[in-house]
Design a protein around this ligand. Structure first.
Ligand SMILES: *[C@@H]1O[C@H](CO)[C@@H](O)[C@H](O)[C@H]1NC(C)=O
Ligand SMILES: CC(=O)N[C@H]1CO[C@H](CO)[C@@H](O)[C@@H]1O
Length: 194
């Protein structure tokens, strides 16, 4: 399962150019004010003690497409940010694995994380596809599994009382997936009926 991170990043970038173009063409979006981002982030962080309002409200506007997005568009942005984080974390892990000073414990932990993050990349790509086809339940199941992957990577170190070299990365991915899950929930039609 060796691959070159930059070629992976390149294919994802192409994929997302395609997705963003597609979503812009298929939805009749009007310009949505920054308010919808702040309001959505407030709702999500109110609903869940683990979600950070600060990370949400500073992350989502980073991608320009979010400014002309509805809830569906914001969910896509959150998933895209998660995928960007995953691809750059894969590169970080490979760099760490290249360093010679690793003990066998760190090597094992990082190797596990590499596999978790590789799977996560494809899971997010597939989640986006499923989301665009309208199956929000499956999207949520898959994005939850990415959230779990971040926790599992982190626990691989902390369970043994070690400091995880990927603490920030795992936290960011966990948050972005949590935000995506919350927004998808808000965008789910049945949610409006409850
Ligand atoms: C979030 O919670 C705060 C404090 O309880 C409240 O003032 C605010 O109106 C809530 N925001 C939303 C969007 O529900
Ligand atoms: C390396 C990387 O892409 N990190 C980003 C992950 O997501 C958080 C939250 O959006 C960003 O602040 C990081 O820059």
């Amino acid at each position: 399962m060796m691959f070159h991170p930059s070629s992976l990043l390149f294919s994802f970038t192409l994929f997302f150019l395609f997705v963003i173009t597609l979503s812009l063409e298929t939805s009749s979006t009007s310009i949505v004010p920054k308010d919808i981002i702040d309001q959505t982030c407030e709702i999500c962080s109110n609903q869940s003690i683990i979600l950070s309002y600060g990370l949400c409200s500073t992350s989502l506007p980073v991608v320009p497409v979010s400014h002309s997005a509805n809830l569906e568009g914001l969910a896509l942005v959150a998933m895209e940010l998660a995928l960007e984080n995953v691809t750059s974390t894969l590169a970080t892990i490979e760099k760490l694995l290249d360093s010679t000073s690793l003990d066998s414990f760190a090597l094992g932990g990082l190797t596990d994380c590499l596999e978790l993050y590789s799977d996560a990349a494809w899971t997010i790509v597939n989640s986006v596809g499923v989301f665009l086809s309208g199956n929000y339940d499956v999207t949520r199941t898959w994005m939850s599994s990415v959230m779990e992957a971040a926790s599992t990577c982190q626990q691989g170190f902390t369970e043994r009382g070690e400091v995880s070299p990927l603490t920030q990365e795992n936290y960011n991915l966990f948050q972005l997936c949590g935000i995506a899950l919350c927004i998808i929930h808000l965008a789910t039609p049945t949610h409006l009926l409850n």
